[in-house]
Design a protein around this ligand. Structure first.
Ligand code: UDX
Length: 454
């Protein structure tokens, strides 16, 4: 094995850019590769094409150290790397819930056609179970005589907003490997992380693929579970925030991913559970994960419910009403609007005839690209000025920390719906707002007002 391997990272989107930067930070020589010229230009210039706290600073350090370079040239990549990490996207296919694997296949074929020495090809992309095995066959078919290419799978669990931290200090590493050599070569590529005492689970290729989608399915299920309880709360007068709090003290349940609200979005959870359900169907075990359809539906129902509550508060009809949509990103500290509940709600309000003013501290640009018909405001104050209803859709600190009296002076009528269970209800009620929240009936809000005034 090569003790201090040279690393290539194929595909420098969210995952790949983070991985390349972090590997360079760990002391490896790294070559980042992408077909997108403009992305490579930006990274060379030290700019990260998305909002990710801490990543740009780390990119700057890595470039300055000389350990990180970028190219669009696949020949160069093939010649450079001892270990090649494939980090390209697997978006939802245009015509079904399956994953589109063409980028992954292209990356592995391109490497296989060019590498003429022993090297390890490591898949990091999230793929349907069985893909790695299929790619192994593909690679050995294409690979020129004499090349000794081996394939491994090493899923990635990083969260947006914590990408650097999660990559440098992961909870665990999963090595899907088929030989002792691959295991040792991959271990050499993660030596500094292994030295931290990070647990490693060594598996076959299919298990490694499955770990990723199973983890995301579990997380999505946990969120939809508490949101299902929110539906029950809405019908009974119970309070889902208090319910979640009481559940969270049970250490077997735990409080993380138990936050009720508008539900999950982003580039991973929604797409991964759909692709998993689809793949399970193909494998003849669709029934085993049929509950994932329900998880998806519960999640989508939250968005509809949010619109219902806003409409109700607006007097039963949204036509001509001005609604301030606070947030567009799928979660705070991100500019990602893929499958974002916030933006979906804004779009539904617009379709019902409301004048929607969207403001997000980072995601306005991406949101505008996706839905150019909505109005976008340059500040929170602009968005809420003369609003009939304010809707909190993404729990950015800027929104959570805002002063209810000051906001109250700007709006037309003091009505707010908290879609993320993030606002201080007592403070809003005291400032004279009509306050609604998902999973909590209006009358408990009044009771809390009484308590907080005492
Ligand atoms: C997720 C996984 O956490 C990560 O391990 C995987 O690699 C990629 O997918 P990410 O998409 O960055 O990461 O977002 P995450 O922080 O997990 O949040 C997902 C969504 O769930 C967000 O829309 C968030 O608002 C929502 N969420 C999360 C809740 O609604 N309630 C919760 O309790 C937690």
């Amino acid at each position: 094995i090569v003790e201090h391997p040279r690393i290539t990272v194929i595909g420098v989107g969210y995952l790949g850019a983070t991985h390349a930067v972090c590997m360079a930070a760990l002391g490896y020589d790294v070559l980042g590769v992408d077909v997108d010229e403009s992305k490579i230009e930006q990274l060379r210039a030290g700019r990260v094409p998305m909002y990710e706290p801490g990543l740009e600073a780390k990119l700057g350090e890595a470039l300055a150290s000389g350990r990180l370079t970028f190219t669009t040239d696949m020949d160069e990549a093939a010649a450079f790397g001892d270990v090649h990490f494939v980090c390209v996207g697997t978006p939802q296919a245009a015509d079904s819930q399956a994953a589109n694997l063409s980028y992954v296949e292209d990356a592995f074929s391109a490497l296989a056609a060019r590498i003429d020495r022993k090297a390890l090809l490591v898949g990091k992309s999230t793929v349907p179970i069985g893909t790695a095995e299929r790619l192994t066959a593909l690679v050995s078919e294409i690979s020129p005589l004499g090349a000794e290419l081996e394939l491994a799978w090493n899923p990635e669990f990083l969260r947006e907003g914590f990408a650097v931290e999660d990559t440098l200090h992961p909870d665990r590493l999963v090595f899907g490997v088929t030989s002792e050599w691959a295991d040792r070569q991959l271990s050499a590529a993660f030596a500094p992380i292994l030295a931290q005492g990070t647990p490693v689970v060594r598996t076959d290729l299919s298990t490694a693929e499955l770990v990723k989608v199973a983890a995301n399915s579990f997380l999505a299920t946990k969120i939809s579970f508490i949101n299902a309880m929110a539906e029950v709360c809405e019908a009974t007068g119970a309070d889902v925030d208090l319910l979640a709090k009481a559940l969270s003290y049970d250490t077997r349940i735990g409080g993380r991913f138990l936050k009720p609200g508008l539900g999950f979005g982003g580039g991973c959870l929604p797409k991964d559970i759909r692709a998993f359900a689809y793949r399970a169907e193909e494998l003849g075990v669709g029934q085993a994960v049929a509950f994932l359809h329900e998880v998806d539906e519960i999640n989508n129902r939250r968005r509809v419910r949010m619109v219902d509550v806003i409409r109700d508060l607006a007097g039963g009809n949204l036509a001509g009403k001005t609604v301030a949509a606070l947030g567009a990103a799928f979660k705070p500290n991100s500019d990602d609007v893929r499958d974002a509940p916030a933006l979906d709600v804004a779009r539904m309000l617009y379709l019902e005839g409301a004048e929607v003013r969207v403001y997000d501290p980072q995601a306005n640009k991406n949101a505008h690209r996706r839905y150019p018909d909505l109005n976008y405001s340059g500040s929170m104050a602009d968005a809420v000025t003369d609003a009939d209803v304010v809707a909190l859709l993404t729990e950015w600190d800027e929104f959570v920390d805002a002063d209810p009296s000051m906001l109250g002076d700007l709006v037309r009528t003091r009505r707010i719906v908290d879609g993320r269970g993030a606002l201080d209800r007592g403070a809003y009620l005291q400032a004279g707002w009509e306050f609604r929240a998902l999973g909590r009936p209006a009358h408990t809000a009044d009771r809390a007002a009484v308590t907080s005034r005492r």
